[in-house]
Structure formats: structure tokens, C-alpha cells
Design a protein around this ligand. Structure first.
Ligand SMILES: [Zn+2]
Length: 368
């Protein structure tokens, strides 16, 4: 998973900036019209038809003309009817049409290069060491100019030292999250709230009046906002336990819905927000320089975290028939997730690098 981030930075709306955005907007509409009317969906084809006019009539610098063509193609491909552009975002490409040195941003305008001193807020500083992708210049309704930097960063290859904390996190229904060192985030409040919303929904659906439908929409928004708020808090609590260089290990959630777990459990699973919680944890972790390792879910809930053999879980409890070990099932899964990541990263290191688990247990997991 590649980490992505956006930082919106205000710049001075010079006449050159305003002119450039205006010209770009007109040029974009021109490109969209040509592409739409001639059924062109391909960058290269559109380039042949419009490039000359973008340069001579619209006076766009070469790189902006290229960005404009690409953007127009994208819009036409997506549009069901011909797109009408009111406010365009000018696409900038680093380092070709825009450049950043320290806190001086240089961008191409219709009348050449222009430099801006930008102020980078503390909360964004970290991202400016990442790769800058195609970014956007836009004007808002009040005529203020903003530059939207888009960043990306490949997840780092994790090399762990004995000081680094590595925790597996199991996301689930009974517990929203369980970390391999035994911290539980239970879901009773979430379930309670979700049940209440479900009850309200069924009542309103039965009513079916216009007012009821309106209220229904409002309620679904309220439930979404509640879940987002709750996930933000949990992810914050989880991430706050780590420092830069540590690693969080989670399961890839793909396929979580495919397994049949009984009617009631499947209802919860399809109405849960695992992805949101995981993505919140991920971006908060990335911001702090914490590594995220995502592993394939394979038997994490069915293996004994002590001896490594297959056993069964029963009523939220895991008990191993081979070694007699028993543990909360979600905690058992979280520990397996941490072990699997260790084995994947460095088998040797794993034995010495289990800060939260006794060495005997760690050895057992490796040999078993
Ligand atoms: Zn066992």
C-alpha cells in the first residue's frame, strides 16, 4: 500500500496566476469539446488535434498544454454528458512545470516562471520529504489562490532493531481492535449505537412517508459520522502507543466478507467499517513515521499462538488441544499476526525481538 497525502497551501493570487487559471479553464473546455464531439478518448490522439491551438491561441506553456489534454481526456472518459467546466484546477508536474526549493515554489504561468514564498504548516512538514506527484493550482470563489500538493511514499522496507515495538493488531466484531500485547478496544458501544440506528431505520422504512425518508437519510449520515468519529479515536489511541520506527502489523482485509460466519455475524460484518479503521490507523501511523506491515490473512485465528498448531476457537475463546494453551481468541489472532510478520521480516530477529511476549513463548512460536 502506497501512502498518499495532500497539503493545501495558500499562495498569492497574482495577476499571472489568475490569468493562467482563466486561460487553462478555457483551454480545458476547448479540449473537452473537441474530444467529446469527435469521440476521442485517448491522450495521444487528442494531443495531435489540439496541441497547436493550445499553444498558439490559448498561449499555454507546453507542460500545461500536456496536463490540460490529459485532464480533458479523463473528464470525457468519465462523463455521461459533455462536461462543462466552471472552475478548473491547473495540473502541475514536478519538476517540469513546478519546482520546490526550500519554501520557494516556482510555477509556470502564461508569462513565464513565477516564484512564491510559501508557509508550510507544521502538520504538513513531514510530507514535504515525500515524493511530490502531480499537484493542482486553483482559485476559490473569493479569488484566493491555493496550491494543492499531492505526495506519495512507498512503504519502507522494515528493518527492525530490538528497540522497536512490533505489534500485531486484529480487527474484529467482538473487539474493534486487539493488539498483540493485550490491549482491547471492545465494540459494545458501537454495537449499541448501531442497534439503535437499525431499530430507527426499520421503523422509518415501515412508515414510508416523505418526512420519514428525509429523516432516514439524516440518520444514515449521523451513523456514518459517529463511526468515523469513533474510528478516529481508536486509531489515535492505538497509534499513540508507538514511536517512529516501530511497526504495526495488520491483516489484509480483502475477503473478510466472503467467508460465511452465520447470519448474525455476517450482518455485523457487512455493516462494519474495518477499512475505515485500518486506513485511519495507516495514515496516522505514516504521519508519525511508524511502519505498517500488511500480511495475508492465513489462519491467524485458527493457529495456536503458542505452539503454532491448528486448533479451534469457541465462543470467543481459543483453546489448543495440542499444548493446552488457551487465550482470548482475538488476542490469539493479534499475536499470530505479529509472529507472522516477524517470520516474514527476519526469522532470526524474531526470537530476540518480542518486546511484549516472553521469550519462551516466542521460541515456541518459531519452533512449533
Ligand atoms: Zn498450542
Amino acid at each position: 500500500m502506497v501512502n498518499r497525502a495532500v497539503a493545501k497551501i495558500k499562495i498569492v493570487a497574482t495577476p499571472e496566476v489568475v490569468d493562467t487559471v482563466r486561460a487553462y479553464t478555457k483551454a480545458l473546455q476547448f479540449c473537452v469539446n473537441v474530444a467529446w464531439n469527435n469521440k476521442i478518448r485517448n491522450n495521444v490522439k487528442l494531443h495531435h488535434v489540439v496541441y497547436g491551438e493550445l499553444r498558439s491561441v490559448h498561449k499555454l506553456p507546453a507542460q500545461l498544454a500536456v496536463a490540460c489534454i490529459k485532464q480533458a481526456c479523463g473528464m470525457v472518459k468519465k462523463g455521461k454528458t459533455k462536461p462543462v467546466i466552471k472552475k478548473a484546477c491547473v495540473g502541475y508536474n514536478f519538476p517540469r512545470s513546478a519546482n520546490l526549493k526550500g519554501d520557494v515554489l516556482a510555477i509556470r504561468t502564461l508569462s513565464g516562471r513565477q516564484e512564491f514564498n510559501i508557509k508550510i504548516p507544521d502538520c504538513y512538514k513531514e510530507y514535504f520529504s515525500w515524493k511530490i506527484n502531480e499537484s493542482l493550482l486553483r482559485l476559490d470563489k473569493k479569488g484566493r489562490a491555493f496550491f494543492l500538493f499531492t505526495f506519495s511514499k512507498e512503504p519502507e522496507v522494515v528493518s527492525l532493531t530490538t528497540q522497536n515495538v512490533v505489534l500485531g493488531i486484529d480487527l474484529g466484531i467482538k473487539n474493534l481492535a486487539v493488539t498483540s500485547d493485550g490491549k482491547f478496544f471492545n465494540s459494545s458501544i458501537v454495537k449499541q449505537v448501531k442497534r439503535r440506528f437499525k431499530f430507527l431505520r426499520s421503523k422509518l422504512q415501515a412508515k414510508g412517508t416523505r418526512a420519514a425518508k428525509h429523516l432516514l437519510r439524516e440518520i444514515s449520515g449521523r451513523e456514518t459520522r459517529f463511526m468515523a468519529w469513533y474510528n478516529h479515536n481508536i486509531s489515535k489511541a492505538i497509534v499513540s502507543r508507538f514511536k517512529a520506527g516501530d511497526a504495526i502489523v495488520m491483516e489484509n482485509l480483502k475477503g473478510i466478507r466472503k467467508v460465511w460466519r452465520g447470519k448474525r455475524m455476517n450482518y455485523w460484518i457487512s455493516n462494519w467499517s474495518f477499512y475505515q479503521l485500518q486506513s485511519f490507523i495507516q495514515y496516522k501511523a505514516a504521519r508519525k513515521g511508524i511502519n505498517m506491515v500488511v500480511i495475508r490473512p492465513s489462519y491467524t485465528s485458527k493457529l495456536c499462538s503458542k505452539c503454532g498448531k491448528l486448533a479451534s476457537r469457541n465462543c470467543g475463546f481459543f483453546s489448543c488441544s495440542h499444548c493446552g494453551f488457551s487465550l482470548n481468541a482475538d488476542l490469539n489472532a493479534a499475536r499470530n499476526i505479529a509472529y507472522l510478520a516477524h517470520n516474514m521480516l527476519d526469522e532470526r530477529q524474531a526470537a530476540v525481538n518480542q518486546p511484549h511476549i516472553s521469550s519462551r513463548e516466542a521460541e515456541a512460536s518459531l519452533t512449533g
